[in-house]
Design a binder for this molecule. Structure first.
Ligand SMILES: Cc1cc2nc3c(=O)[nH]c(=O)nc-3n(C[C@H](O)[C@H](O)[C@H](O)COP(=O)(O)OP(=O)(O)OC[C@H]3O[C@@H](n4cnc5c(N)ncnc54)[C@H](O)[C@@H]3O)c2cc1C
Length: 363
């Protein structure tokens, strides 16, 4: 998220520096499958759907611009997604979603199996979301990072932010051996963002949620569309890998990948694509999603500290929402108009204890 924000800020003529205690992709970002799941993540139209849609649409232009600036191809897939039902309840839910989003296409099970012949007869129907593709998260992160530098940004890597202090009109960012003075700060530290809420008088809204994935590489390509099921997904990548994810374990920050987690995903995947059993296992990994207590990201200025912003809590949509988040922070800082209902929906103000914050979690 930090690199996307830096990209939009530096492009607009501001001077942004990213401080990152790890190098390259962040912890959740490098674990992500990269789906741009606008319609797997929304059941009805509304402001959140609008925010997701805008971000997905930004990727088309961005992929060209980032390539021109950095020569990195972010792997934007033109093949779309299918949300697939394997039980009648999910069929009903998908039909309701179809009624809410009539521009999507409904497919009966037979129709989908004609198109993707490796699918088992467990498949009962699907919603086709032709414009909701996916990207390579690691490459998106690298491309934003390099492009921000092209626009004059700077980067401090392998350094932890140890403290943030307001000193007059400035913020002092404390690192191990030095401090950096800045006019504005954006906290975009993923699942580790909680302390910056509590240290500034807000309730900790973070729900760190561990997720595990694995990848296989079959000898032949089976399908190109990302398939999203009730409790797992399969995302084909341009290099021939199929990413299968993801488990979900709230308030778990361990980065071990467990045999139990991966075997449960394997069972689910083999049930719908039996041929996957013959594929070679490439690798497996885990990451910690920055969930938020009310399931909505936290993007905006601190209610009491002018110049202190948050951009976190994106849970399982941070890759999808990286462009609209970067753009929104830039718009807020440069005084450009931001839709009031989106601003209110995402505002950190909802975690003000005196405002009667409903959620109280410890870190
Ligand atoms: C298994 C899995 C699958 C996912 N799949 C998808 C998907 O298909 N589509 C999608 O849209 N999203 C997906 N997500 C969610 C997505 O990965 C996250 O929402 C997103 O990456 C969050 O980005 P972030 O920058 O907020 O956090 P991170 O990527 O975790 O980055 C946080 C950064 O903050 C740095 N940091 C933390 N504390 C400090 C400090 N004190 N000082 C300096 N630096 C610090 C860290 O080094 C890190 O680089 C998935 C996540 C997981 C785990």
């Amino acid at each position: 998220m930090g690199h996307s924000i830096s990209y939009y800020l530096n492009k607009s003529g501001m001077s942004a520096v990213v401080v990152d205690e790890s190098s390259g992709s962040g912890q959740a970002t490098k674990a992500a499958a990269g789906m741009l799941g606008v319609h797997t993540e929304n059941h009805i139209p509304g402001k959140y759907h609008e925010f997701c849609l805008r971000s997905r649409d930004l990727y088309e232009e961005l992929s060209k611009e980032l390539f021109d600036l950095t020569a990195i191809d972010i792997g934007l897939s033109p093949f779309g997604m299918r949300e697939v039902a394997t039980d009648e309840r999910h069929v009903d839910a998908l039909k309701s979603k179809y009624a809410a989003f009539p521009h999507l296409d409904w497919m009966e099970g037979d129709q989908l199996r004609n198109e993707i012949t490796c699918l088992s007869d467990q498949v009962l129907g699907a919603l086709s979301m032709k414009r909701d593709g996916h990207v390579e998260p690691y490459k998106v992160c690298e491309a934003f990072k390099k492009a921000a530098l092209c626009y004059g940004g700077s980067l401090v890597e392998y350094e932890s932010v140890l403290g943030i202090e307001k000193v007059g009109d400035y913020f002092e960012i404390k690192l191990k051996h030095e401090s950096i003075q800045v006019k504005r700060v954006v906290v975009a530290s993923g699942a580790a963002s909680g302390r910056w809420f509590t240290e500034t008088g807000l309730t900790n809204p973070m729900v760190p949620t561990k997720g595990e994935c694995f990848a296989i590489k079959p000898r032949k390509a089976f399908f190109k569309e990302a398939l999203f099921f009730n409790n797992f997904y399969i995302v084909p990548k341009p290099d021939g890998r199929y990413i299968i994810g993801a488990t979900s374990s709230p308030f778990n920050v361990s980065t071990d990948t467990t045999a139990g987690g991966i075997s449960s995903l394997m069972n689910l995947a083999f049930h719908v694509v039996p041929d996957f059993k013959q594929a070679s296992l490439e690798n497996y990994w885990s990451g910690v999603r920055p969930g938020s207590a009310d399931g909505v990201p936290i993007i905006g200025e601190h209610p009491d500290y002018s110049g202190l912003y948050f951009a976190t809590g994106h849970y399982r949509n941070g890759i999808l929402l990286a462009p609209s988040t970067g753009q929104m922070i830039k718009d807020l800082m440069t005084g450009q108009q931001v839709d009031k209902s989106i601003k209110d929906m995402l505002s950190p103000k909802r975690f003000e204890p005196k405002g009667g914050a409903i959620y109280e979690y410890s870190s």
